[in-house]
Design a protein around this ligand. Structure first.
Ligand SMILES: *Cc1c(COP(=O)(O)O)cnc(C)c1O
Length: 343
């Protein structure tokens, strides 16, 4: 294969000609003034999809999570979440630095705190304690191998949180992958979540942007935080149009990405140089535990035109997306099997 097969991330997708045409045709206005019709349309579409009353377009998933955390906490409050969460691992400590909260991390093993662990983590009222204010869940879970959680699993944690007086945020960067893999409407997955952040720039293939959904009050507060952080955008309809296009064209095909990831996982299952770590409900991510140093395996694969990312000293991650097809994934799996097994 001449063109490299790029499995480093589903953020690498390039807008196709249909999406670029939608961008070119977008109606725009000043969105900080509430006058961009395309941004408004995108927000309405996502709110409806997730069964929420309101939504706000933000520049990134990181800002979606940060504004959601900040809008629902006060400095010094505590936030319960899995130790491998994107918020803990990949957001430059923003929750601490900007929202001023203390992250109470749980090594959940699966990526989702159990109801019992949520209850056990909520601080008793005591003059010495921080106030436990928020539970964050992640669906699908990026560092836990793209694990999808069912509505019942999310409910378990969310109901326990709400009974303890906490609010619940879902980092749903890949929520539509979870909806696809569990054959559940996305709105059902987040029924008991107060805020949900959804990325348009991952498997959905838009170049930029995320949307935070919730009730009107919390979204008004998220909107204020977006402005505070410098995320108020003017004629943002030019990028929001790509998000609308993605919702129209790139949701149903997420199943193809999952099938392609399964092809890679199945091919590598009987490879002697690596172990495939697949969650109970897998999606578009395949995590490999390599016998040889992950960096070495990755660089061997690179010389054969297959790009993957190193997640740890002996861990590699492959992500399928709309710019890699079945044939490329079959080819990549063969290359990775060889790269992992070569002594
Ligand atoms: C990618 C991702 C984000 C944030 O995305 P950016 O748009 O890159 O800031 C948040 N959460 C999860 C689980 C992600 O995978």
């Amino acid at each position: 294969m001449d063109t490299p097969v790029d499995l480093r991330s589903d953020t690498l997708t390039i807008p196709d000609s249909g999406m670029r045409a939608a961008i070119a045709a977008a109606d725009v206005g000043d969105d900080v003034w509430g006058e961009d019709p395309t941004v408004a349309l995108l927000e309405e579409r996502v709110a409806a999809l997730l069964g929420k009353a309101a939504a706000v377009y933000v520049p990134s998933g990181t800002m979606g999570n940060l504004t959601s955390v900040a809008a629902q906490t006060r400095p010094g409050d505590e936030v319960i979440l899995d130790s491998e969460s994107h918020i803990v691992q990949y957001e430059v400590g923003g929750a601490a630095a900007v929202a001023g909260v203390q992250l109470h991390v749980l090594d959940t093993g699966t990526g989702l705190p159990s109801a019992a662990s949520v209850r056990a983590s909520v601080r008793e009222a005591n003059i010495h304690h921080p106030v436990t204010r928020l539970l964050c869940v992640e669906n699908t879970h990026n560092r836990r191998g793209g694990a999808a959680f069912t509505a019942e699993q999310i409910d378990g944690a969310a109901i326990a949180a709400r009974e303890s007086g906490l609010r619940v945020h879902c980092d749903g960067a890949r929520l539509l992958n979870a909806a696809t893999a569990t054959a559940t409407p996305a709105s059902r997955l987040v029924e008991r979540c107060d805020t949900v952040s959804l990325c348009l720039s991952k498997g959905l293939g838009a170049p930029v942007g995320s949307v935070v959904s919730g009730d009107a009050d919390v979204i008004a507060e998220v909107r204020r935080w977006r402005k505070r952080l410098g995320g108020g955008m003017r004629q943002a309809g030019v990028i929001a149009a790509a998000g609308v296009y993605a919702l129209d064209h790139n949701v149903e095909r997420l199943a193809d990405d999952h099938a392609n990831a399964a092809v890679i996982a199945d091919r590598l299952r009987d490879c002697d140089g690596c172990i495939v770590l697949r969650p109970d409900i897998p999606t578009n991510i395949v995590v490999l535990q390599t016998r040889d140093a992950a960096a070495q395996v990755a660089s061997r694969a690179t010389t054969e035109g297959v790009l993957v990312t190193r997640m740890g000293p002996n861990t590699l991650r492959c992500v399928t997306h709309l710019n890699v097809d079945r044939v490329q994934c079959e080819h990549a799996a063969g290359v990775l099997a060889r790269a992992a097994s070569t002594a």
